[in-house]
Design a protein around this ligand. Structure first.
Ligand code: 0RQ
Length: 491
């Protein structure tokens, strides 16, 4: 049926679970028709808002249109749409930022209530009535199982050659009946190619022919290149120290320009035969798979630019043997991440002198995208690395601050911090040793003396001397930025 007809199955107050992960595999047509319907209802003076659950971020055709229509009461988990971000930060709707590995199980635990409807994009439907997953798997298995009703969008623009690239695991259970997940290498297939669906729940099938959101990346700049070089130097050091082999351990790479640039940098490192156990395959990773730097990658979605999609479609047979897409509860599963010993590489907004990392909230209050899977990997990885330029907004903001204005990853989860200034290896160090290393190696020269001054005074005047802080001053840099537009004090 048409998207307009299908959208009429959505009623005010419903919890609607949709496909989509980092701009891939989200429904392209029904959300737009729904936004129109919501707009019409609002014009007629009637309230119409829904709760929207997804895998991760989607695109303007989903988050953007529903945000513009003021159609969402609650949204979870990770998002990156500017319209949606604006409304969340204006305080006009609720947003819950949740570890991506938690979403499916929390839904099963009943933490989000009943799921009324699932809207899921697929590449096709098999003769047996199974669904061929699209460019992301995300939480689709859970949404199809839990929802009362299901709308399927069949997108003919998604490459049919993706058939067979998915591994959907149906072995998860609820505590106390859980069993170990038998995945011991990144290549292991533990599930099935297709998603199951109870056909009796399907109320609509909508055909679409539209591309995924195309994710352009900033060209690799000198700052990102320096960050990548510090990381490469560190990996080399670890190999020489005998803590890593030349094949490293499975890489996880976060989203964003820095992460993409770091992956491109790995190609320069001369590695061959690496593996990835990650969430997202960005352009940088596709390139590494193409040139043999990475020989196998497991993820839950693609997030490619136009050029990346063209490259994938051109050489799909090459990629099909080297990529598996899994449900996000498996791609991000703590048990597996710890077993495989992933090297977690994620971006950050700021870190404090002790290594607490803020990935999500600018000035402690304005959410950027959400924690995504960074926490799943940072807590459980063999190594957890956080990277960022040492300053933001033309030097007016320091990426290294006395006290993080919001904490997503505690000091206990941060092993390595990298800025273009250098790398701080925090393993085996006490808080005061960590602070000195972060100030010396990662802070920008404009801010280094200020941080040193704060730390020196804190060591003398702090209430306790284990993690010295001047509480009245700890967030003063953020406050100064708010009032003067610059974290640096006026000269
Ligand atoms: O904003 O474009 O308006 O200038 O943040 O910053 O330096 O381009 O870095 O693209 O790597 O993103 C943490 C957001 C970094 C990302 C974050 C501003 C900066 C710019 C982007 P502008 P950069 P990146 C797996 C892992 C959490 C989720 C995650 C992220 C914009 O890495 O979302 O890791 N991580 N998931 O100017 C104010 C600061 C700032 C700042 C940067 N201190 N204050 N603004 N910015 N630092 C994938 C998934 O989970 C799906």
């Amino acid at each position: 049926m048409s998207a307009e007809q299908a959208a009429t199955f959505v009623k005010p107050g419903m919890t609607v679970a949709m496909s989509g992960f980092t701009g891939a595999g989200y429904p392209k047509a029904v959300p737009g028709a729904l936004a129109k319907l919501i707009g019409d209802e609002h014009d007629a003076g009637r309230d119409f808002k829904i709760n929207v659950l997804t895998g991760a971020s989607t695109a303007p055709e989903l988050d953007g249109v529903l945000a513009k229509a003021e159609g969402m009461n609650l949204r979870l988990p990770y998002m990156s749409d500017p319209e949606l971000r604006r409304r969340i930060n204006e305080g006009n709707m609720e947003y819950m930022d949740i570890h991506l590995s938690h979403v499916a199980q929390h839904a099963w635990f009943g933490f989000y209530g009943k799921i009324d409807l699932a809207i899921v994009e697929v590449v096709g439907v098999t003769a047996e009535g199974d669904l061929i997953p699209s460019s992301s798997v995300g939480n689709n298995k859970t949404w199809l199982e839990m929802a009362d009703k299901v709308i399927i969008e069949v997108n003919s623009q998604q490459s049919a050659a993706m058939d067979g690239m998915h591994d959907v695991y149906y072995g998860t259970a609820l505590p106390p009946h859980r069993k170990p997940i038998d995945l011991t290498t990144v290549r292991d297939r533990i599930g099935q190619k297709y998603l199951n669906v109870d056909v009796n729940k399907i109320v609509a099938v909508v055909e679409t022919d539209a591309p995924d959101r195309l994710s352009p990346f900033a060209p690799v700049d000198a700052t990102s290149e320096k960050i990548a070089d510090h990381l490469l130097g560190f990996l080399d050091y670890e190999i020489r120290a005998g803590r890593l082999s030349e094949k490293l351990l499975p890489l996880q790479s976060g989203v964003g320009n820095i992460a993409n640039a770091v992956l491109a940098g790995l190609a320069r490192g001369g590695y061959k035969g690496l593996t990835a156990y990650t969430e997202v395959i960005q352009d940088g990773m596709l390139q590494l798979i193409k040139d043999g730097t990475i020989e196998f990658a497991s993820a839950t979605s693609f997030s490619l630019s136009e050029a990346g999609i063209a490259e994938f479609n051109k050489n799909v047979d090459h990629y099909r043997d080297r990529i598996l897409l899994r449900a996000q509860e498996i791609s991000n599963h703590p048990e597996i991440i710890r077993r495989l010993g992933c090297i977690a590489l994620n971006g950050m907004i700021e870190a404090d002198i002790y290594g607490n990392v803020n990935s999500t909230n600018v000035l402690g209050s304005h959410v950027m995208n959400g924690i995504g899977g960074s926490g799943d990997f940072a807590r459980n990885g063999y190594l957890s690395v956080f990277m960022s330029p040492s300053t933001a907004k033309d030097g007016k903001i320091s990426g290294i601050v006395p006290f993080a204005s919001h904490v997503d990853h505690t000091e206990h989860d941060t092993m390595i911090l990298i800025t273009e200034q250098g790398l701080a290896d925090l393993r085996g160090l006490s808080p005061k040793q960590r602070a000195q290393m972060i100030i010396d190696n990662c802070a920008h020269p404009d801010y280094r003396p200020l941080l040193q001054d704060y730390f020196d005074r804190a060591r003398k005047e702090s209430y306790g001397k284990h993690t010295p802080h001047l509480l009245g001053e700890a967030l003063s840099w953020h406050e100064r930025f708010r009032t003067t537009g610059d974290m640096r004090p006026a000269q």
